[in-house]
Design a protein around this ligand. Sequence first.
Ligand code: SAH
Length: 411
Amino acid sequence: MLDLTGRLVVAVGGGPVSARRVKAFLDEGAVVRVVSPWLCEDLRDLADAGRIDWVERDYCGPTDLDRAWFAHTATGEPSVDREVAGDAGALRIWCVDATDASGTSASVAARADVSTPDGRVTVSAYAAGDPGLAVTVRDGVERALVSGTLDLRRTRTHRQHGQHGQHGWVALVGGGPGTDGLLTARGHELLASADVVVVDRLAPRAVVDRLPASVRVIDVGKTSGNHPVPQARINDILVEEAQRGLGVVRLKGGDPYVLGRGGEERDACQAHGIRVEVVPGVTSAVSVPAAAGIPVTHRGVARGFTVVTGHEDIPVLPTGGDHTLVLLMGVTQLARTAELLAQHGRSADCPVAVVERGFAPDQRTTFGTVATIGELARERGVQAPAVVVVGDVVRLGPDWRAGHEADGGTR
Ligand code: SAH
């Protein structure tokens, strides 16, 4: 971890090993002089672009290391590399000898720059005489950071929350339709470093239950027709917690931007200058029908689909069975919805499926038609959360034939 910004590094040797290291030195802001009678293509490009100073001849002795802070030798000629390393040592300049790791005063570690919610971290591993081992260790640490297995909260508790320099953040994470497997890797990663998790009823609860006790969970879950925490208050919670310097994950069901008010939460945070990341999720509008074996589009059956909630849009929606209609939050008004669909041109025998509690062990699907679904759902006591699918694709569900035709409407 040397700060090479604006400092001269002398690289002796013009081959690919030298090229790789020279690029790394340049990335760190070093001024690079290359001493070599010839250059490989990569180094030649850098020389042509004026990014390195090329001394076009063999190494001539200590004067070539003039004013250098750091030296690197990779001529492929052991006697020359030894000479460079010896001269550097006499001048008290650290030197990496690429051909003889044992005789060298400095070594290059396997490195990776990893971005975490708390900032960028450089992972650097060194194993004397075994660069392969160093690379394996580096990769392992990098993976643990990215996957969230390495818990960054532990380091954060040693810092002072809310003090100058400690910035809070908010991530609106789409949790998918409720099962952990459908939460994205990025979602898991952010949860692994959150101080506070603000959770919805339809978010993947099992993930929340596994969080360590040090994480504060704020449940703002809504039950149908009952809104314990109003949206404005949720927005305030996100802002207040982030302003205290905490990392906040807002874990939502499905995708934050699909009938999820994610845009409002993002705007509220941004209005207060808070860093917000929005992580898409697997929306229930597509995945819950899929859980019942219903593809929302299918070649030759349906080319497109519309996702709505409520009734306002029904008069203007396409009416053909080849356009799939997906209704979210549609259970309590289902009978009325079916009536309006019929009134506005959907045929009475257009198939309908209602999928309750998608991906839960007690997931249940009720099949019917525009004409029958209201009554069937009432008889079966269909409850939220459920996704309603209207259109010919419903017939593609494996349970449609057996269920619908055998017992007149239900699975
Ligand atoms: N943003 C969410 C939708 C929020 S609206 C998304 O993209 O999925 C809430 C509605 O989603 C519920 O009323 C229900 O219609 C549907 N829903 C969400 N998860 C569900 C699940 N596991 N099973 C059935 N319906 C679900």
